[in-house]
Write a protein that binds this ligand. Sequence first.
Ligand SMILES: [Zn+2]
Ligand SMILES: [Zn+2]
Length: 261
Amino acid sequence: MEDLTTRITFLGTSSAVPEVGSDTASMLINDRILVDTGWKVTENLRKLSIEPTSIEHLVFTHFHQDHYLSLPSLLFYILMKKKDLRGLKIVGPKRDLELTINRTLEFLNQGRYIVKAGKPELIPLEAGESYETSEFRLETCGTIHPVPGLCYRFTDNNSGAVISFTGDTAYHPPIAEFVRGSKLLVHEAALGPGAGDPSNNESLHSGAQDAARIAVAAGVEQLLLIHGPHARVNGCVEAARKIFNGDILWPKEGQTVQIHK
Ligand SMILES: [Zn+2]
Ligand SMILES: [Zn+2]
C-alpha cells in the first residue's frame, strides 16, 4: 500500500557539545535515511528501537566533527552485526566525503578481523547536484559555513511530501528560493534567538530570526529549529514567532514529526 506520510525523527537537536543525555543535531527520515550522526548515533537509534543495520542511506550535511563523530561506532556496529558495509550508501559534500570515510575505515582497522566486509558506497555531491533513488530525490544547494556544506531538499516519492534541511549555515537568502515548495523546513538556530551579526559571525551560523526570515521568504508551512542548548529553546521559538506566522517547533530528542503531501 502507498505510504502517504513522511516521518522525521529527531535523534538530537542540541549544540556542538551537547548536554548530558542529548545529542548534536541529527535526524532520521522514514526510519531508513539518517542525516548526520551526532556523537552517539547507535545508542540514539537503539533507544528508539530502530536497528542501526537497517539504515540504507547516511546523508551528511557537512563534515564538522559534531556531525560525524559517531560514524566509527555506527560502522563498527554494522561490522559486528552484518559483517558487511556494502549495503550502506553515504551521501555528502564532495570535498570531504571520501577523505572522512577513508580515515574512518582506517581508524577501525577493519581488515584486521573482518577482511571481506567491503566499503560503503559513496555518493559525493557538489552544490547544485542531485541524487535520486526509487524512493526519494535529494537536491542540494550550497550553504555559508567554514567547511563545504549542503542544504538538502528531500522529495519522498512515496508520499509526495517535500521537506528541506539546511545543515549548518549563516543566513543565506538563496536557501529560501531553493527550498520553496517544501512543506517543512528544518533550519539551524545555533546563534540563539537573535539574528546573526554579519560582522561578528566567525562560526557562520544562524539565529532563530534568520531561520524565520528564510521560512517566510520560502513560503513553507512549518519551521523546525534545531542545534542549540535546551536553555535557549523557548527564546528561539518566541523570537521566530514574531517573524514567521506558520507552525514553529523546536523538536524534542526522540520526537517524530509526520508530514503529508
Ligand atoms: Zn554543527
Ligand atoms: Zn558546522
